[in-house]
Ligand binder design. Structure first.
Ligand SMILES: O=C[C@H](O)COP(=O)(O)O
Length: 261
């Protein structure tokens, strides 16, 4: 089965709920319906913006979906500051990012925590976008493939083939995030191919063939075409460029195979 590309805009900690509405409106205005037959486009705002985005998307019947940047591993209870999968599902979220390198780095999230969050997302019908990626030291030592395979196995340990089939995986080399240093298409493909082989090992070749593997790290309208042309790259997890409506719409259109909006 051909994998439909996915462009996911991770806004990180940017934009209040009013700015969120303006950005989603501009993106939707720039991308007429025909594009959505060939690409899935999702925005991943901060928690505080999700309700506003939901109202806009549902009210105007937009084809852009939305998600969250994190989810609690717990279902409910005394976990101050956390947001559960059921709360996100109730807000109509489709996706949730888990294990982003900024969570792993600044919030000490281990593979075990990422796995628990992935399970919580799946239990609530959300699609986890599970992130992996190596730092510069590992890349320079040439250990990046083994490192990413180990991180993926740790983050998915014990999941069933059925659960693995419901995931999106995002390979984001840490040294490429927000730096303007995009991995070459060949370097990104090398790891994404190893990701798919690992999914085949953990689940089956059939399941692995259907899972979308994204690349993230300084993706923009200039480089997205070459990235999504790789056999194992099915779209992008986009940070900085997702905050600019024109650029995000353009790169989504390129992932759809054109024409430019
Ligand atoms: O989640 C998105 C990534 O961290 C990439 O961010 P970036 O496109 O700003 O490099």
């Amino acid at each position: 089965m051909a994998r439909k590309p996915l462009i996911a805009g991770n806004w990180k900690m940017n934009l209040n709920h009013l700015e969120a509405i303006a950005l989603v409106q501009k993106i939707a205005f720039s991308l007429p319906e025909k594009y959505f037959e060939k690409v899935d486009v999702t925005v991943i705002p901060p928690f505080t913006d999700i309700r506003s985005v939901q109202t806009l998307v549902e009210g105007d019947k937009l084809l852009v979906t939305y998600g969250a940047q994190d989810v609690s591993a717990h279902e409910s209870g005394a976990y101050t500051g956390e947001v559960s999968g059921s709360m996100l599902a109730k807000l109509g979220c489709t996706f949730v990012v888990v294990g982003h390198s900024e969570r792993r780095q600044y919030h000490a999230e281990t593979d075990e925590v990422v796995l628990a969050k992935t399970k919580a997302a799946l239990a609530n019908g959300l699609t986890p976008i599970v992130c992996i990626g190596e730092g510069l030291d590992i890349r320079e030592a040439g250990d990046h493939v083994a490192y990413n395979v180990a991180q993926l196995k740790g983050s998915l340990a014990g999941l069933s083939a059925d659960q693995i089939g419901k995931l999106v995986i995002a390979y984001e080399p840490v040294w490429a995030i927000g730096t303007g240093k995009v991995a070459s298409a060949a370097d990104a493909q090398e790891v994404c191919k190893a990701v798919r082989a690992t999914l085949a090992e953990l689940a089956s070749a059939e399941v692995a063939a259907d899972v979308r593997v994204l690349y993230g790290g300084s993706v923009n309208a200039k480089n997205v075409g070459e990235l999504v042309a790789q056999p194992d790259i099915d779209g992008g997890l986009v940070g900085g460029a997702s905050l600019k409506a024109d650029e995000f719409a353009t790169l989504s259109a390129i992932a759809a195979g054109g024409p430019l909006p």
